[in-house]
Design a protein around this ligand. Structure first.
Ligand code: PEP
Ligand code: MG
Length: 887
């Protein structure tokens, strides 16, 4: 026979805290508290499996489950000496949901179950308080009608308000027994009128009605939505806890409350919570009355003149504090606790690990190490890596109301406010004038890079998490929202049309790049502060980490920021971004537009010193740490003007005929530029470009070695290789230039030539490519794009739909697709190492900063991950956690 029901009470329990999959979080912890000998009202837990069975049987509670519940109730009767639904001391029950993970407020609860026209009288006598009995009865009818019978609470609220007004009362607590009795009469009448059925008097009917309703609430619309948002599988189901009621509403020596054992927003080690005298749990949740502080200290600091629990109920308070300490010591974590005091007697109703801010999580973990409760490694495992975002960027003050006018993807964390502008030029101008702006674009291109730098934040209405705007903004640490499809940019009239509002150039908006929201106006922010706790956690993390963490940085400023966050090298320098600044874009365009190789070489000769300077400053900042420089990757037309207006401007600036320029631009047009003339294909068509870049790198290395005394070992990376012969061709050019520069400088330069693995063919042929490549770096943005055949710039049009419809769980451009793309990485790793055992392997796609993907990289033994500067601490922590878990 399957065991569907687990009982607890009287210092013993059939379940344990570890049984949370079966008993739900609440049930498992009730059992554990009971075993610890804490005062827990006796009860039983119906397993989550029974919920699954309920759905399998067409929403029917099986006879076996019913029988086990009834025998469980018999043990509650035995412990309490009360009888369910009968006798002089009637037993009342609470029926509460409790899933494996907490889904706050998403499912249903029924309290005071077992009351009817007879038991209400007995309860009144037994408690010596008729008022309490009738108040409990009307609460029960109200809740049961709502949860089980589906009658909206509003009708009851109206009746109650009318009655209070009739008597001239402000609070429910002023109502007398006979007045509550009258309310019960009115409630039952309205129920019959609205539903055409009587309120059930039989406690057994009430019981099964409540159990069925709580199981059914697992599939309520709000629970389904919550599960989707938090990736909770539907198959889990909810457990149900049925417990003897204890009453916080039995007069002024009774109370109910909630508490955290440490402050959940600051982490400070002081009991933090609230309680209400003469109330039931739902009164605290509903916020009908303002709760009071638990400790005197909290009351004083809140400036309240209403007495604390410490003052009002000193005995219960003392016992409660001792239990809180005991629970923390038992669970070795900050607890979130619910309790009730019935006529001076304390009862524990729930305990669980409390939710907390990142700052609090840091402080609690560090304090617990100092208190010798947990080890340093356990502390490292306690911090959610992605939550570090909260600490690294200014964020919107959580206390302010948000006026959301649009939503998109949270592409780069942090929040920023500014005037809206529609072009990169305007952003640059505004910055020069000292104005703060948010740059709005349908999508960005490398040409916008200046404007992006100048802006406080970036908002696009198209594009996904690896679109140009997203990648660049993350790299720069600028807040960014992309693919805000609910908004429209009307470029001609310079307007932004959002949900119910139209804004014009110069109007102020705020973007929240962590939430993907666009807000109207300027919103107050809180500034980041990297506390000492943060430093200590990171130090412990670095001690256990195996993989190194590098950064994707294109400028000395990025590199400097990344080093301050602990980057141990550059894993990807995208050289194309260097060609947009000032004079360079003109020279670059001259090179692209040149008629022949000689013309191209003339322009490249002018680019050489600029490029050399770029690398020199990068090498200086990195001071001997490894630096991977990728050769030019994007298709050349990205550097050229697009609209007629832009073409006319550029033609004038270059002293060129606009029609000729238009023809050249048209000739470079590609249908699928992402799969077109880019990456190493450019290097093969125009080897002179590689030669210039290689020369710049080697000359800079010589210079930096002479200046800093720290030898640089440049790692030159060839993009988009699919064939070994492609790599051979490019490598030959690089080697030739290296020889030349070494002879000219009379100095030996060590360097590596490697390749990105970003095409499925390259992954499959890794053992052959490794014969020529000295390292691999997985370009998982392109590898995801080419494995799925999904354009990374167009994915946002349908990936959210895929997620909503359950076709895919995660956006594969954010979190690595382990099964497909991951398999290719695994294959390439194995085959590459088979040829070259000591080959250095890393990842430099956006996934290099994603904690789940970092775990995968640890699992297959990569040497490093590389990510944007602001994600470096996240990657350090995630890599440490992966190393600990891999043991
Ligand atoms: C990649 O493809 O993963 C990569 C790092 O290169 P990019 O994003 O510049 O194409
Ligand atoms: Mg790529």
């Amino acid at each position: 026979m399957t065991k569907w029901v687990y009982t607890f009470g009287n210092g013993a329990a059939e379940g344990r805290a570890l049984d949370h999959e079966m008993l739900g979080g609440k049930g498992a912890n009730l059992a554990e508290m009971c075993s610890l000998g804490l005062p827990v009202p006796p009860g039983l837990t119906i397993t989550a499996d029974a919920c699954s069975a309920y759905y399998r049987d067409g929403r029917r509670i099986a006879d076996e489950v019913r029988a086990q519940v009834l025998s469980g109730i018999a043990s509650i009767e035995a412990v309490t000496g009360r009888r369910f639904g009968a006798g002089n001391s009637p037993l009342l029950l609470s029926v509460r949901s409790g899933a494996r993970v907490s889904m706050p407020g998403m499912m249903d609860t029924v309290l005071n179950l077992g009351l009817n026209d007879e038991t209400v009288q007995a309860l009144g006598h037994d408690a010596g308080d008729a008022r309490f009995a009738w108040d409990s009865y009307r609460r029960f009818i109200q809740m049961y009608a709502d949860v089980v019978m589906g009658l909206d609470n509003e009708v009851f609220e109206e009746i109650l308000e009318d009655e209070k007004a009739r008597h001239g009362y402000e609070y429910d607590t002023e109502m007398t027994a006979s007045e509550w009795q009258h309310v019960v009469h009115l409630y039952k009448a309205v129920l019959e009128e609205e539903l055409g059925e009587e309120f059930p008097q039989d406690p057994q009917v009430q019981l099964w009605g409540a159990v069925g309703a709580v199981f059914s609430s697992w599939m309520s619309a709000r629970a389904v939505t919550y599960r989707h948002l938090h990736n909770i599988p539907e198959s889990w189901g909810t457990a149900i806890n049925i417990q003897a009621m204890v009453f916080g509403n039995l007069g002024n020596s009774s109370a109910t409350g909630v508490a955290f054992t440490r402050n959940p927003s600051t982490g400070e080690k002081s009991l933090y919570g609230e309680f209400l005298v003469n109330a039931q749990g739902e009164d605290v949740v509903a916020g009908i009355r303002t709760p009071q502080s638990i400790t005197e200290e909290a009351r004083i600091s809140s400036g309240s003149d209403r007495p604390s629990m410490e003052k009002l109920m000193p005995e219960a308070f003392k016992e409660f504090v001792a239990i809180c300490d005991r629970l923390e010591a038992h669970y070795l974590d900050m607890q979130d606790i619910e309790f009730t005091i019935e006529r001076g007697t304390l009862w524990m109703l729930q305990t669980r690990s409390g939710k907390r801010s990142t700052r609090a999580a840091m402080k609690i973990a560090v304090d617990m190490v100092d208190e010798k409760m947990i080890t340093e490694e356990q502390a490292v495992l306690r911090i959610e890596p992605s939550s570090l975002d909260q600490l690294l960027h200014p964020t919107i003050d959580p206390r302010v109301a948000r006026e959301v006018i649009g939503t998109g993807l949270p592409a780069s964390p942090g929040a920023a406010s500014g005037e809206i502008v529609f072009t990169a030029e305007e952003a640059v101008m505004a910055e020069e004038e000292g104005r703060k702006v948010i740059l709005l674009r349908v999508e960005t291109s490398p040409e916008d890079i200046h404007g992006m730098h100048a802006a406080e934040g970036i908002l696009t209405t198209r594009g996904g998490m690896t679109s140009h705007a997203a990648v660049v903004a993350r790299g720069m640490g600028i807040p960014c929202v992309v693919g805000a499809g609910t908004m429209r940019i009307d470029l001609r009239n310079e307007r932004l049309i959002g949900m119910g509002v139209t804004l014009k150039k110069g109007d102020i908006i705020t973007i929240d790049g962590s939430a993907g929201q666009v807000l109207k106006g300027e919103v107050p922010m809180v500034q980041p502060a990297l506390s000492g706790d943060f430093g200590r956690i990171m130090e412990w993390a670095d001690r256990v980490r195996r993989m190194t963490v590098r950064t994707n940085a294109d400028t000395p400023a990025d590199a400097r920021a990344a080093r301050s966050f602990g980057a141990e090298g550059i894993g990807l320098c995208r050289t194309e971004h260097m060609f947009f600044e000032g004079e360079r874009i003109h020279v670059m365009r001259e090179m692209i537009l040149a008629e022949d190789e000689a013309g191209r070489r003339t322009a490249l000769d002018r680019l050489l010193p600029m490029q050399r300077e770029d690398f020199e400053s990068l090498f200086n900042v990195m001071h001997g740490l490894p630096v991977t420089i990728r050769l030019l990757d994007p298709p050349l037309h990205e550097f050229l003007p697009k609209t007629d207006e832009e073409i006319a401007d550029v033609a004038a600036a270059m002293n060129m005929d606009a029609t000729a320029l238009r023809q050249r631009v048209d000739a470079l047009h590609e249908f699928n530029p992402m799969l077109g003339h880019r990456g190493c294909r450019l290097a093969i068509s125009y080897p002179e470009i590689v030669e210039m870049q290689a020369r710049a790198i080697f000359e800079a290395a010589v210079q930096a070695a002479r200046e800093t005394g720290a030898a640089v070992v440049p790692e030159i990376m060839v993009p988009l290789v699919g064939l070994r012969s492609e790599l051979d061709y490019v490598k030959e050019r690089i080697d030739a230039i290296a020889r030349d520069v070494m002879t000219e400088a009379d100095m030996r330069i060590d360097y590596l030539v490697g390749t990105m693995i970003e095409l499925p063919r390259a992954a499959l042929r890794a053992h052959i490519i490794a014969e020529a490549a000295e390292f691999f770096s997985f370009g998982t943005n392109d590898l995801t794009q080419t494995t799925f055949g999904i354009s990374r710039d167009d994915a946002s049009a349908f990936i959210p739909t895929y997620q909503r419809k359950g076709i895919i769980e995660h956006d594969p451009f954010i979190s690595l697709d382990f099964d497909g793309v991951g398999e290719l990485i695994r294959i390439a790793t194995e085959r590459g190492r088979r040829t070259r055992a000591d080959m250095k392997l890393g990842i430099c796609g956006e996934h290099g900063g994603d904690p789940a993907s970092i775990h995968f990289c640890e699992g297959i033994g990569l040497d490093y991950v590389s990510c944007s500067p602001f994600r470096v601490p996240i990657a350090r922590l995630a890599a440490a956690q992966a190393a600990i878990k891999a043991r």
